[in-house]
Every structure is written in C-alpha cells, then in structure tokens.
Design a protein around this ligand. Structure first.
Ligand code: IPM
Ligand code: MN
Length: 403
C-alpha cells in the first residue's frame, strides 16, 4: 500500500514463528495478525517463517522439529515467537518433555539468560477468585517486571540436555552424587548457580529499571533480590553478586526478600515492586502467582532474552483442555509481540518500533477498557480471534495517526 518508494526505506526483520502445541497454535495466528497490522500501517516489514514443532509434532513425525530449525532460529531470525510447548502424555524415550529441544533448547542453546515477565494490571480487567470475577488489585498499583534466571539453577541439567539435542551433541548426564543418610531409590536435580549467570541477569534487571517509572507505591526506582539466602549456598552467591552489581547503580534502591515471604508480599503489597530478580525455579513459580495480579495467565507475556538472541512467548502454555476451541485469551501473545518490538527497537536503534510497542500497549488498554469483547478467562464470551481482530483494528487506527 505504500508503493515502491517507501519499500526501499523499509526495514525488514526476520521473525520465526513457532506455534508449537495446543492453544499455542491459535494464539500464534493472533500474534501474526499483529505483525501484519504493523507491516500494513508503518514502514516496518516482517518476513515471517513458520516452523512446526513441539510434542504433538514429535508424536506425529518422531522429531521435535525439522533439522535446521535451531540453526534458522540462531542464524537467520532477528526474533522468535513461540506459542507453547507441551502435548499431554507425550515424552521422549528418556522421559523428558517432548518439544523440550524447542523451548528449553533455545533458552540454553541461545544463552537466553533472562526470562523477563512484566506483570501489569490493565484497567477493566477483573480477577477470577472463588470462581467469581472481582476487582481485588487496583490498576496502576500492579506494574512490575520479574526477571527469572533462565539457563541454570534447578533446570540446569534438563536445559543442557535439551540444548545438546537441539545442537546434535551428545546429551549431558550429570555425575552421580551421594546422599548420606538416604536409602533406596533417590532422584535429584542439582541447582548450580554461577557468579556469571547471576551477574548478567541482575545487571539486566538494573538496566530495565532505568527504562521504567519506579514502583507504583512511591515512584522509587527499586530492584528487589528474591532468594533463600538464609538456607542455600547458591542463593548466598546470588545475593552477594546482587550487592556487587547494585553498587554500580547508586540511584536505584536495592531491596531484598526471601522467596517464601515474597509470595505473601507479592499479593498483599504488589505496589511496592518495580523490578524483581530471582533464580530459575523460584521465578517459574512466583511469576505464575504474579499472573493472578494481572488477570491470569491469559494476560501474561514473556521474553527470553540474551545478548544476541531472544524469543517471546505467552506464559499460559498449551492448555490442552481449551485447545481447538478458539477460546483462549490472545493478549499474552499480543503483549509478547509488544516486547518483541521493544527488543528489536532497542537492539537496532529503531525508534519507530519503540513507538509501535507503545501503540500495541495502547490498543490492548483501549480494548480492555472498552470491555465488550473479552475472553472467558477474564469474564467475557468473545473468541480468541475476535479479541485479536479487535486489538489489531485499534492498533491500525493508532498507527495511522502516528505514522
Ligand atoms: C514456563 C514453563 C516452562 C518452564 C515449562 C514448559 C518447561 O512452565 O515457561 O514457565 O518450566 O520454564
Ligand atoms: Mn512456568
């Protein structure tokens, strides 16, 4: 629609779309709708490559994805969108999650050390509690970003094995350990936490804090270190590194909490939090709890980000019981595309994409405030595709005004 002249100035980004399993396939279509809308209403261009993958794909073909897919993500794609991985009952011969090469293989193989999960409550969103929709938390009082370490901790061996499979290397097997006093069969996962892994994650947390407006309660720019350093050695290292890194950011408040107490404060006093940094498994659990504050998993977006690559995915997973019904909330995916635009905008110094990211936020906010077409999870009856279209239409209008 812009003709030849503009086509010459168009910046083309290559985006790999990995729909994966279950509802991931449905929300990926809505993510693509948003990319198309951006393309049609700005000068940005996206070359989309859809890569089939996941547990279902493994069940049908014996492969988690086609050979060359990991290399494509690594060497060809500027950014990646992943729908969801997980097909019920489908496991690899070694018992690992089928499709793990995709989600965990990319996290480890591309060194995506930060799992970034913004938790923001939009106006008009209610929470389902006791089976009813109510407004517990106040919009404007929930706006934080949790960074979960994404390459080590309790996931280390599984991440490593998954990357080995994705890269065609021999799969890592941790050396056996002895546990004095335990008898009979013992299963265990080591939880290595490294200085380097902690340091780069924590630093990214402080950097992200500089792009935000501080905590909702008091506007103070704050990074909270969540650990269990009263108990575990890994967490003691994590906290020590936190103190060292925080010394480089004297204008940002360094704040601390233990993971068990944090789950309480997160729900009672979410306005205190601005940026939170934590280890892998703690972050996995705490961010699902945090999603409740924003209206549930259907609203939870994420980015898996490293120094050279990134993939963006809704947090809700493949939710098999809702798959194939066009009913799940695509907003987690749409906001994941927003994160992708922000990432590409910063990485390539592309101011237009940074503005596009804000426009996506505005279109989601306007859709939710209007409240006429909501999916079941936030108290409505609209379909996945209806919501995607409503937001894409609003986005088109906002983009037309700006570009
Ligand atoms: C997530 C998911 C994954 C994880 C699963 C699917 C391996 O729960 O992205 O949070 O545990 O990290
Ligand atoms: Mn999880």
């Amino acid at each position: 629609m812009y003709g030849f002249l503009l086509a010459e100035t168009m910046s083309d980004y290559r985006v790999a779309i990995l729909p994966g399993d279950g509802t991931g396939r449905e929300v990926a279509v809505e993510a693509q709708k948003i990319l198309q809308t951006i393309e049609q209403h700005t000068n940005a261009g996206f070359e989309q490559t859809v890569i089939p993958c996941g547990g279902q794909y493994y069940k049908e073909t014996g492969k988690e994805w086609e050979e060359g897919s990991f290399d494509f993500c690594k060497n060809e794609a500027d950014a990646i969108f992943l729908g969801a991985i997980g097909a019920p009952g489908v496991r690899l011969p070694n018992g690992d999650l089928a499709g793990g090469s995709v989600i965990l293989g990319l996290r480890s193989g591309l060194d995506l050390y930060a799992n970034v999960r913004p938790i923001k409550l939009y106006e008009g969103v209610r929470h389902k509690i006791h089976g009813e929709f109510t407004q517990v938390w106040k919009p404007g009082m929930v706006d934080m970003t949790i960074l979960r370490e994404n390459t080590e901790g309790l996931y280390h061996a599984l991440l490593r094995r998954s990357a080995d499979r994705a890269l065609g290397r021999e799969e890592y097997e941790p050396p056996p350990m002895e546990f004095p006093g335990l008898e009979g069969e013992v299963a265990y996962d080591a939880r290595p936490i490294s200085r380097k892994g902690s340091s780069r994650l924590i630093r990214m947390g402080f950097e992200i804090a500089e792009t935000r407006n501080g905590a909702p309660a008091d506007g103070v720019r704050r990074v909270t270190c969540i650990d269990k350093s009263n108990v575990t050695r890994g967490c003691q290292l994590f906290r020590r590194v936190f103190d060292e890194v925080s010394a480089d950011y004297p204008d940002t408040e360094a704040d601390y909490g233990y993971i068990d107490a944090f789950t309480q404060w997160l729900t009672r006093n979410p306005e205190h939090y601005d940026v939170v940094v934590t280890s892998n498994m703690f972050g996995d659990i705490a961010t699902d709890l945090g999603a409740v504050l924003q209206g549930g998993m259907g609203m939870a977006a994420s980015g898996n980000i490293g120094d050279h690559h990134a993939f963006f995915e809704p947090v809700h997973g493949s939710s098999p019981k809702h798959a194939g019904q066009n009913k799940v909330n695509p907003i987690a995916s749409i906001n994941s595309i927003q994160m992708m635009m922000e990432y590409l905008g910063r990485k390539h110094s592309d101011g237009d994409l940074l503005e596009v990211a804000q426009c996506i936020d505005q279109s989601v906010a306007s859709h939710l405030k209007d409240g006429k077409e909501l999916t079941y999870d936030i108290g409505g009856f609209a379909s996945c595709s209806q919501v995607g279209t409503s937001i894409a239409t609003r986005l088109a209008d906002i983009l037309d005004e700006k570009f």
